[in-house]
Design a protein around this ligand. Structure first.
Ligand code: T3D
Length: 257
């Protein structure tokens, strides 16, 4: 892979967007590599949690604007073949995904970050719904996730004005989970993702499935689904191990099964 780095260690699949000269903005080759890496995270049983971050001073500046206006470029194809599969794979992967936002996250980069399960941000990082500034509409699931995270009024203002949101503001708005000092972000993100990878990951995957469904289900549908997936969780090896370890007063050894 040339535009991303991908590694697997301690149960964690780590994806690093790696085009720092253009602030890790997406062109088609980078998107294709990211899709391949996400597929590996989905299919490889030894990967039990995923970490997404960026190389250099930015997280991701969204679409590579030079690539977007290159001869033959078709925006509909770009959205359908780059961003939609990435966001769908992130949401449908039944494994926890941590995003470590190491610098500016703009356009599709901002929406990629907030599609992840747990977002940690460096204190100096920022989020910009940059689309409106170049006459585009937000994509990459932004119009789905942002109003649900911060409310319709704030999402509308951020998406129309394209204002820069600091990491601290993003935390106060409910867009992200934690702000960390720049120099400890990566170590903390790796520690959290490795911890998640040792947890009962089948159950975490089912939790994610429930949270996805809660975006459109009514209460009765959600209660039914909770019953169904609780029954599935109760049949996992990890549930048996968790209860046994509790009763034996020892640390559980979860396998993600
Ligand atoms: O196909 C489609 O268009 C549909 C899909 C749309 C999805 C989208 O994401 S649309 C939104 C696209 N992104 C943007 O509009 C953001 C553009 N970038 C910026 O506004 C700024 O770069 C930032 C606010 C992110 C950071 O500003 P700053 O001052 O820290 O850095 P800079 O100097 O602007 O950028 C550094 C370099 O990265 C620079 O190149 P140079 O001068 O060193 O050779 C700059 O051109 C390059 N760069 C930054 N963003 C992009 C980019 N090159 C290509 N595409 C970019 N998006």
């Amino acid at each position: 892979m040339e535009s991303i780095e991908f590694s697997v260690k301690n149960g964690v699949g780590k994806i690093t967007l790696n085009r720092p000269d253009v602030l890790n903005s997406f062109n088609m080759p980078m998107a294709k590599e990211m899709i391949t890496a996400l597929d590996e995270c989905i299919n490889n049983k030894s990967i039990r949690a995923v970490l997404i971050t960026g190389a250099g001073r930015a997280f991701c500046a969204g679409q590579d604007l030079a690539a977007a206006i290159a001869p033959g470029a078709d925006i509909k194809v770009i959205v359908q073949q780059q961003y939609n599969p990435i966001i769908t794979k992130i949401r449908n992967m039944e494994k926890p995904i941590v995003c470590a936002v190491n610098g500016v996250a703009a356009g599709a980069g901002a929406n990629l970050a907030i599609a992840c399960d747990i977002v940690l941000a460096a204190a100096s990082s920022s989020f910009i719904q940059a689309f409106s500034k170049i006459g585009l509409v937000p994509d990459s699931g932004g119009t789905f996730f942002l109003p649900r995270l911060v409310g319709l009024q704030r999402a509308t203002a951020l998406m129309m004005l394209g204002d820069k949101v600091t990491a601290q503001q993003a935390l106060e708005f409910g867009m992200i989970y934690k702000v960390l000092p720049d120099d400890t972000l990566m170590a903390e993100a790796e520690k959290m993702t490795e911890h998640l990878a040792q947890m009962p990951t089948k159950g975490l995957g089912l939790t994610k499935k429930l949270l996805n469904a809660s975006m459109h289900n009514n209460l009765n549908q959600q209660l039914d689904m909770e019953g169904e997936l609780q029954a599935a969780a109760a049949k996992t090896v990890d549930h048996g191990e968790g209860v046994k370890a509790f009763l034996e007063k020892r640390k559980p050894a979860f396998k993600g099964e």
